[in-house]
Design a protein around this ligand. Structure first.
Ligand code: SF4
Length: 738
């Protein structure tokens, strides 16, 4: 048995549950991860990612030295052929291939050189093309402090709101719907309150794989506390095994199913009138718009039997405490906002909000996607969801950042997907990417690749050179969670400490320090002296942000040392707010909206007869930058497409056979898993695998309000393929057409 030199308590870097981790360290090497039983989030439980997925920090491919392309170091013009660089490799090792100019080679350098080159190029582009040419992707994996500083750098120094991060690609539909309906976009209750539910709906969320510890709590709610669970999902996910009901709807038919449930609640007079009359508005118009959403109409569209819709509606509406938990199956649609809105209506009608054990609970994906959004890593909001086009909000941040009156931009910025589609002459020219991976996470990757190739200058600040870093001109090596201090805010709105267990490896540095160092250089080159960029520690950064964002005003590192605090925490004596909306909503009354059914943009047809839906696996995380460089990759080394046995038989496909999946935008080769987990006519592909990137196939149609892409439904065809067609995961191959 190894005796650790120290045990560092910190927060898991994977999903939004935010489990407490104890990193056991010997000789500056983490050899084991455990969790304390008194953690209020996970009570000592961890999933496979939290328990075993930390060894990526020692992976030999981790980049530990600043890198710049040779052409920059030698002061030469940028060579042609960035696309060939990507076609060869992501790790840079084979870029000296004789077909490609060696001016594309990565050259190891020191921090001063890398940061000076970065500051020079960003300044040159900004002075030449102005604010609209500048854009940044913040990072839902990085700390609150990192994200606050990066959006501040772009807003204060480049005067642009072209600031976004992957919240646009996961829950933007939920965020917009909740903002419109109640005026706040976070989970209203905590996940641990699930044991206080009598009835709860889980929809568009494979909780057991995406939020495993919350799934454990849901199972406890059913098995130990007698709650009834209703699963509404196209796939026969694990939770179906203990659900009271499963409504297997066709992908993209959420609005008719949820609206038909609302129809039943209204027609059968199951409405909580006291709540509707005292807390909501827009009811009459809403009810009029519900007329067409009969259960029979919903059955015709969704395939869910009308009687099951009725039964589910009655169960939820007549519960003492009912709650709704949802995931990206709701939001990642071209009508994602309407889908989430239809769920919100159910909570309004039943009055299941504003009390413990109830609520509207969008389960946030990444470890700090809630925090990055809170920190203003979005194009329409400063920290604290303060609109950037409101002059009063602007004045507050100008004062805090020591900027002349009227200096900050009132213009709404571009979203992640828009930033790339504006990458052309006269549009966005320079992109700074902290920890995100658009070349895996954006829809329709062949088009994304084309956009990336149009950019003049790309900075990648990350721990590995991933599929997007391969396009970068400068690589700035950052530290992972175990080598830095700060805070994450989990899906419960609980702000928790992140603590360094070991010093940064090699020359890598914490993100916040890199940003401060670069910002000081930019100030000097732009001849401005504005905001504070020198901090003794990350807590000073959080306190600066909390001086304006009242949700975080009462949070200090001392106060969150043990179990964190659930915001809003408006002052230093406030105990936190686990349950929102007890008396009223931030917008006053909750607002009903009239909805229509809008089908997914691309429905199955003769040429492409399957609907592809995409998602995550228990063993992997997002674009795979961390998990595919960890031992977890051995547990699940290759992409598999799930296909129903009836479909497999028709197409002559057996379990394990190689198949080609083709959409109108691209194709990938993977092995098939023949399983009843998916429905007839629906295939499921995880999106973690670059050698079979699901997003080569997906549709970049956007929700008109939230601008979130339709990752959850596009039409594909499946063909038998040969073993030799399967791609080598060590070599990045982009297939398809643009
Ligand atoms: Fe980490 Fe989420 Fe697993 Fe908890 S449930 S250990 S936060 S990945």
């Amino acid at each position: 048995m190894i005796n650790p030199d120290r045990i560092t308590t910190t927060t898991c870097p994977y999903c939004g549950v935010g489990c407490t981790l104890q990193l056991h360290v010997k000789d500056d090497f983490i050899f084991k991860v455990t969790s304390p039983f008194d953690s209020p989030v996970n009570h000592g439980n961890l999933c496979v990612k939290g328990r075993f997925g930390y060894d990526f920090i020692y992976h030999p491919k981790r980049t530990l030295t600043p890198l710049v392309r040779r052409y920059l170091l030698e002061g030469k013009p940028k060579p042609e052929g960035r696309e060939q660089v990507f076609a060869v490799s992501t790790d840079g090792s084979s870029i000296s291939n004789s077909l490609i100019s060696n001016l594309w080679d990565w050259v190891e350098t020191d921090w001063d050189t890398a940061l000076n080159i970065t500051a020079d190029k960003l300044t040159e582009i900004y002075k030449r093309d102005g604010s609209d040419a500048m854009a940044v992707y913040c990072c839902a994996k990085a700390t609150n402090e990192d994200n606050y500083l990066l959006q501040k750098m772009y807003r204060a120094l480049f005067r642009t709101n072209n600031v976004d991060h992957c919240t646009r690609l996961c829950h933007a539909g939920s965020v917009v719907a909740l903002q419109l309906a109640v005026g706040s976009s976070a989970m209203s209750n905590t996940a641990s309150q699930v044991i206080q539910n009598d009835v709860f709906i889980v929809t568009g969320s494979n909780t057991s794989e995406n939020h495993p510890i919350i799934a454990l709590q849901m199972k406890d709610a059913v098995q130990k506390y007698g709650a009834k669970m209703i699963v509404i999902d196209p796939r026969r996910i694990d939770l179906v095994n203990m659900a009271e009901m499963w409504l297997p709807l066709k992908p993209g038919t959420n609005v008719p199913v949820f609206s038909a449930m609302a129809h039943v609640i209204v027609k059968e007079e199951l409405i909580n009138w006291e709540f509707v009359k005292s807390r909501t508005e827009g009811f009459d118009d809403f009810v009029e718009s519900l007329e067409k959403f009969t259960p029979e109409y919903a059955e015709e569209i969704s395939g869910v039997p009308a009687e099951d819709i009725r039964k589910a509606a009655r169960l939820y509406a007549t519960a003492k405490n009912g709650a709704i938990y949802w995931g990206m199956g709701i939001s990642q649609l071209s009508h994602g906002t309407a889908s989430a809105m239809a769920l919100i209506h159910l909570a309004f009608l039943a009055g299941h909000i504003g009390r413990e054990g109830t609520g509207l609970n969008p389960l946030r994906g990444q470890n700090n996607v809630q925090g990055a959004s809170d920190m203003g890593a979005m194009p329409f909001h400063y920290p604290g969801y303060m609109r950037v086009d409101n002059p009063d909000n602007r004045a507050k941040w100008e004062k805090t950042w020591n900027i002349e009156a009227g200096g900050l931009s009132l213009k709404l910025g571009l979203t992640t997907t828009e930033i790339l589609s504006h990458a052309h002459e006269g549009g966005v020219r320079a992109l700074y990417i902290m920890g995100e991976n658009p070349m895996m996470s954006e829809p329709n990757l062949n088009v994304t690749r084309h956009h990336m190739e149009q950019l003049e200058f790309i900075v990648s600040q990350d721990i590995f050179i991933n599929e997007s870093g391969a396009y970068a001109d400068v690589f700035l090596p950052a530290t992972p969670f175990a080598e830095k201090d700060g805070t994450f805010s989990n899906t419960d709105r609980r702000v928790q400490r992140v603590r360094a267990a070991q010093p940064p490896r090699g020359d890598s540095r914490p993100d916040w320090q890199i940003i401060c160092d670069l910002a000081l250089r930019l100030e000097s080159k732009l001849s401005v002296a504005t905001a504070k960029w020198t901090y003794a520690n990350p807590e000073e950064i959080l306190r600066e942000m909390g001086s304006v964002n009242s949700d975080y005003a009462g949070i200090t590192y001392d106060r969150i040392d043990k179990v964190g605090l659930i915001y809003p925490v408006p002052d230093l004596n406030h105990p936190g707010t686990p349950t929102l909306f007890k008396e009223s909503f931030p917008r006053g009354r909750g607002k009903f909206h009239q909805l229509d059914y809008v089908p997914v943009r691309e429905e199955a047809d003769d040429e492409y007869p399957f609907i592809l839906t995409t998602g995550r696996l228990l063993e992997h995380w997002h674009g795979g930058t961390m998990t595919r460089n960890s031992a977890l990759n051995e547990a699940y080394p290759e992409a598999r497409v799930e296909i129903h046995p009836a479909d497999a038989e028709i197409h002559g496909i057996r379990n394990g056979d190689p198949v080609k999946i083709q959409s109108r935008r691209g194709e990938v080769f993977v092995r098939a898993t023949v399983t009843e987990k998916t429905s007839v006519g629906v295939v499921f592909l995880p999106w973690h695998f670059h050698e079979a990137a699901a997003n080569l196939l997906t549709n970049d149609a956007l929700d008109p309000q939230a601008l979130i892409p339709e990752f959850k439904a596009c039409a594909v065809q499946v063909f038998p393929a040969r073993q030799s067609d399967l791609a080598n995961p060590d070599v990045v191959v982009q297939r398809g057409r643009y």
